[in-house]
Ligand binder design. Sequence first.
Ligand code: GLN
Length: 450
Amino acid sequence: EALDRIQVLEPKLHSFLHVTAQQALEQARAVDAKIAAGEKIGLLAGIPIGIKDNMCTKGVPTTCASRILENFVPPYESTVTQKLADAGAVMVGKTNLDEFAMGGSTENSAYQTTANPWDLSRVPGGSSGGSAAAVAAEECVVSLGSDTGGSIRQPASFCGVVGLKPTYGLVSRYGLVAFASSLDQIGPFGRSVEDTAILLNAIAGYDPKDSTSLKVEIPDYAASLKPDLKARSKLRIGIIKETFGEGLDSVVEQAVTKAIDQLQNLGAEIHIISCPNFRYGVPSYYIIAPSEASANLARYDGVKYGYRAPDAENLLSMYTRTRSTGFGAEVKRRIMIGTYALSAGYYDAYYLKAQKVRTLIKQDFEKAFKQVDVLACPTVPTTAFKAGEKNTDPLSMYLLDLMTIPANLAGLPGISVPCGFDNNNLPIGLQLIGKVLREDQLIQVAYAYE
Ligand code: GLN
């Protein structure tokens, strides 16, 4: 059914860069055979899933939506996709993204722009736009994305699905193509909070292959979900007051305010919380992320794998031509910003300063979490915009990340849950941010609200 739907919708949606139909049918038949033989099947047996094309899949192209990895077929499997296969999930394809996950609309993909299923003239958000659109359009049941500054939560908000960025270190990054290693985190998309929680269970857990992976017990996130918040001791939710100001669409504000009222009716205690350094998230992120990216992307030089420009006279011109034709404009912009910020004369003024701001933002959260259990704010200040509207103005695109970036800088879990529609019938997202490793609490609040 998923493959049929993909066949019908893909000419308009373009959520997938590769559809792995043959392999998917074989996997699905293997599950059928197990069931027929009365054998035990996994938690996700037979569930069609989409994987963002920046996670390595053995034998299946992994392009990061970049020309530079056009011909790259990984010889190994990422930990998350291995875990999914072990649980019986059926990968139906690799989903579109902004090149190397840099962007917020999928318009930076070197191959195609994904459409928003709610209005095909609009973007699905990004960078995990393909994964969000595929779930929203029912091309698969659940999907995986990666979130460095909002790339799961923002497209979830634009496409009207649930998207969760886990605590940094909860899900292994082994086999995830690195963008900004201190911020990157893989997470699930689903059409319900419960589906999202089940998928998180399948991918979370310690992995010795990722040096930043956390050695912690993984609770059953979906096991004890309750329809309201009354059963537990009083749950305190903090509204981040700085997110309700200039630049916030009034329809988004109304929908999120209504959602918070509903949380109160469900038994939560509502507090107003101040995070004064929140607004410095965007400027510090756009120093830190490009700095890390400039180092991570140094490996694409045409030597070992990926694209190599033809007809170079010598080694240096091979490097230069490969990188100037292999990378798109946004990726080059970030490499230039990053190398500049890290260079000897500017390191203290930019990179070091940005890291200090990162600490201040973290401290804002620490203070807030002394008063409340979960924080609430809009996921994005607006709903989905028209394709082509912002892609010539990088700054206006960066500003959309205002509310999602702080959770990445602090390593905290965040979830976006649909909370209504604007006047054009476009979905709006409520963002909830939790304490470190308190995905259980975060998921419970999101579930009660939903
Ligand atoms: N929009 C942000 C950026 O362009 C976030 C991307 C992401 O989370 N991968 O960097």
